[in-house]
Design a protein around this ligand. Structure first.
Ligand code: Z5A
Length: 203
């Protein structure tokens, strides 16, 4: 359906996603590839509004409400940013996507996995994800790297047990071949090189 390529970078908190997404965009641009960087939740005006609600500790949505809010933000993001960019032949690098919904709302919150998969599939149709990368670092190491959890962020108030379940969800996606694991425990340049090696394979 689309002419461009859609690349997702996933990981737990502090894995280095934001840093590596920026480096990947720089790498692609240096190679002469027309690429954009975006993120979830957010990436478009309405979606950014939903992001604020989702991360605000003042609210306490249940897991199903959370799932639908992430999905509503995603559909807006697709319509306003991702589909138009892919249609014009761009490479889109996205910081988190449906794999996060699988890991956080499915494994973390314990929602039925088939339900999560169905909502994800309906939300993104007819998008095809060309590459999903998982920056592999444990939640403990991720939080240590960040200097601890940000308690003004609703999700970062969750227990380590929650984040360990999320990590297990991501590992399950790697085992199924839906995500390609990248060791993210080493130094930044090494991780960036490993990411670029995987990305070159699909360009
Ligand atoms: N969420 C969800 O539940 N369901 C969904 O469907 C989606 C998301 C899409 C979004 O938070 C929250 O939404 C997130 C999942 C949930 N919840 N939580 N908790 P966000 O976007 O605000 O947060 P994040 O994605 O977790 O970002 P983060 O915590 O900033 O992590 P990061 O982007 O992976 O890390 P970073 O900012 O690139 O790096 C963190 C620090 O480590 C920084 O100082 C770096 O310079 C440093 N760093 C990075 N790499 C290295 C290496 N290799 N060595 C040493 N230091 C490093």
């Amino acid at each position: 359906m689309t002419k461009g390529k859609f690349i997702v970078i996933e990981g737990v908190e502090g894995a280095g996603k934001s840093h590596q997404c920026k480096r990947l965009l720089e790498g692609l641009t240096a190679m002469g590839v027309d690429a954009i960087l975006t993120r979830e939740p957010g990436g478009a005006a309405l979606a950014e509004g939903i992001r604020k609600l989702l991360l605000d500790p003042e609210y306490s949505p249940d897991a199903v409400t959370e799932l639908y809010l992430y999905s509503a933000a995603r559909r807006d993001h697709l319509n306003k940013v991702i589909f138009p960019a892919l249609d014009s032949g761009k490479v889109v690098v996205c910081d988190r996507f449906t794999f996060s919904t699988f890991a956080y709302q499915g494994y973390g919150r314990g929602l039925d996995i088939d339900f999560v998969n169905r909502v994800n599939a309906k939300t993104i149709a007819p998008l095809k994800i060309d590459l999903g990368l998982f920056l592999d670092i444990t939640p403990e190491d991720g939080f240590t790297r960040k200097g601890g959890a940000d308690k003004t962020d609703r999700l970062e108030r969750e227990s380590l047990d929650f984040f360990n379940r999320v990590y297990k969800g991501f590992k399950e996606l790697c085992a199924r071949g839906e995500l390609v694991p990248i060791d993210a425990s080493g130094e930044k340049t090494r991780t960036a090189e490993n990411i670029l090696r995987e990305v070159r394979k699909i360009l």
